[in-house]
Design a protein around this ligand. Structure first.
Ligand code: F6R
Length: 604
């Protein structure tokens, strides 16, 4: 939620601030802004420019640049409507301090009242605006030490923040601090960078420091200095990130999402081959778990739901899946579960807080994430990486199938270590997974029928996605993808549940997407398809190649290359991603930036 950038160095700051910000647009895109300190005529003046809408709108307002230092922001509104006044950066009354902020300041109302009593006036409805006002007060009292002024101010903030501060009397440094919102520092030759994540800076550097909660940093062209907010210096190792710039660009595709869908044979392969090194990092005591609990949000939660069936099958352990936002408010049980947190970004605040809580209760915790150095990696005992490469499209695609891959690999490996399944079983699962990747390739090589179906589907206003067993979560995920990018109201259901209420909604205008795998649920699925057809609803069956029986129940069938049914959620999910994508494209939707959404949900 919200992306922030800071730059100081020898380049034109405006160019870097815009270029890097565009790569963070997935984090929020309702308004944007930047502040620079001019180095040419009008030296020493903070220039602030803001615009509602996408970053391209801000870019159009830029006339000239002549600065070597600045900050920028792309917003996902929490306090105040998305307009120019509420866009960041925010300034103090004297226009000396500019601040960009990602997060929520819970005690902003009390701070605002206190400042108002001292005569401060506020222009925006945001929680952020109190920060520059507090800094300017503190700065005046401490005799002009910006670093210490920011330190004293952030000590007073409650909630979550990543902030970057620019002061007109300090043309050589930026000060930044973090608490529960991500912040990375980068370095080049005589230049320093700050951003919400590494993809923003890949064009300039691949050497990063991941700041931790409770830290404050001074970033200058000639170096970076980090301290704890509570006092005391901090020495961080530089981390090298191997993602390339091309990974974070569209590469000729119309949208990031379709590029990322097409990348899945590679990302799945990377997840599977990368697992070999992760296996060795799994401590023996994980295999003593008696119960497993998976915690995640959104798409990652759906991956966890598939995982539940797999952990139960391969380890024999009862497995519970919880939404992170709910887990935290449930009563603790006396069980001693192995806790698995799935989060693509590693920054979803609900998931992070759930992990923190589990750890504080002394539970064993494992994170599954895609982003090296992300916050979740510091909140759990062990991190397993998905290795999907950067995902920019707001709707998760390749990271979902990588999460599924991780569920198959982790559950079977744990089961093997527990002695519940044999080495031969483990090898056979790995072979099935390799075959599943080939099945995904098959789908991507033949998208014509999916495009045609999407064209027909795009006229709908409401749809149901049905599945059973491992394909019940695949149905939930298919419906989520469809609703978030095409804006067609879509619900995922366990197919057997439809007759307990939702059937009342079926008409000839309500398409049903029925997920079929040739497993023990097959006959029951056919029955459910019959129930829907009998109510006049058009049914689109997603069925394996060679299934001729299905043609007797519906004439709308999309086939996927046959795999063992247990592994079918992977090809089926790719097919449903394509169906959602082409439907949304046909409807002219802004696929990479669906309205009201953001990729990284760093508010609770
Ligand atoms: C939907 C989507 C979201 C995320 C959710 C959790 O396409 O991407 O539902 O899955 O916000 O995000 P992570 O996995 O980063 O914790």
């Amino acid at each position: 939620m919200c992306g922030i950038v800071g730059y100081v160095g020898h380049r034109e700051a405006t160019d870097v601030l815009i270029e890097a910000l565009k790569r963070l647009e997935y984090r929020g895109y309702d308004s944007s802004g930047l502040a620079t300190l001019s180095t040419g005529r009008g030296k020493g003046r903070l220039r602030v420019l803001k615009s509602p809408g996408y970053i391209s709108a801000l870019e159009k307002r830029i006339k000239t640049g002549s600065s070597r230092i600045g900050i920028s922001h792309t917003r996902w509104a929490t306090h105040g409507v998305p307009n120019e006044v509420n866009a960041h950066p925010h300034m103090d009354g004297e226009q000396n301090v500019a601040v960009v902020h990602n997060g929520i300041i819970d005690n902003h109302l009390a701070l605002k009242r206190e400042l108002a009593r001292k005569g401060h006036e506020f222009l925006s409805q945001t929680d952020t605006e109190v920060i520059p006002h507090l800094i300017s007060e503190e700065y005046r009292h401490n005799g002009g030490n910006l670093f210490e002024a920011v330190r004293e101010v952030v000590k007073r903030l409650k909630g979550s923040y990543a902030i970057v501060v620019l002061h007109r009397d300090h043309p050589d440094i930026l000060v930044c601090a973090r608490e529960k919102s991500p912040l990375v520092l980068g370095t080049g030759v005589n230049e320093g960078f700050i951003a919400s994540d590494v993809t923003a800076l890949l064009r300039y550097t691949n050497r990063f420091i991941f700041m931790e909660d409770g830290e404050i940093a001074k970033v200058a062209a000639d170096g970076i200095h980090i301290e704890k907010i509570s006092g005391g210096t901090v020495a961080h190792e530089w981390t090298r990130v191997d993602w390339s710039l091309e990974d974070a660009e569209k590469g000729g595709f119309k949208h990031f999402m379709i590029k990322e869908i097409f990348e899945q044979p590679r990302s799945l392969h990377q997840s599977q081959t990368g697992w070999r090194s992760d296996e060795n990092s799994i401590p023996a005591d994980l295999a003593t778990a008696r119960i497993i609990r998976i915690v995640a949000c959104g798409t990652s939660y759906h991956a966890g739901m598939v995982g539940r069936y797999l952990f139960e099958k391969f380890t024999g352990l009862p497995t519970i899946v919880s939404m992170a936002s709910e887990y935290r408010f449930a009563d603790a049980t006396s069980d001693d579960p192995l806790m698995i947190f799935i989060t693509q970004s590693g920054e979803t605040l609900d998931t992070i807080m759930a992990a923190r809580e589990a750890r504080s209760r002394g539970l064993k915790t494992v994170a599954i994430t895609n982003v090296v150095g992300s916050t979740i990696t510091r909140e759990t005992d062990l991190t397993l990486y998905m290795r999907s490469g950067p995902e920019i499209g707001v709707a998760a695609s390749k990271t979902f199938t990588s999460q599924l891959m991780m569920m198959y690999l982790f559950s079977s490996y744990l089961g093997y270590r527990m002695g519940y399944i044999k080495r031969d079983d483990l090898n056979s699962i790995k072979e099935h997974l390799r075959h599943t990747i080939r099945s995904v390739e098959g789908i991507l090589n033949n998208t014509g029928p999916i495009r045609e179906m999407a064209e027909w589907f795009s006229g709908s206003s409401s749809a149901f996605f049905l599945g059973r067993y491992v394909n019940y979560p695949a149905a939930l995920e298919g419906a989520l993808k469809m609703k978030e990018i095409s804006y067609i109201h879509s619900e995922g259901y366990p197919a057997g549940e439809l007759k307990h209420g939702p059937l009342a909604l079926l008409t000839e205008k309500t398409p049903i997407v029925a997920l079929v795998a040739g497993d023990h649920t097959y006959e029951k699925m056919l029955g459910n398809i019959g129930e829907c057809s009998a109510r006049g609803s058009p049914v689109v069956a997603i069925a394996p190649d060679g299934d001729v029986e299905i043609g007797r129940y519906t004439d709308r069938v999309l086939h996927y290359p046959r795999v063992d049914p247990l592994f079918s959620p992977i090809p089926i999910s790719v097919l449903l991603q394509l169906l959602a994508y082409y439907t949304a494209d046909h409807r002219g939707c802004p696929i990479d930036k669906p309205r009201n959404l953001a990729k990284s949900v760093t508010v609770e």
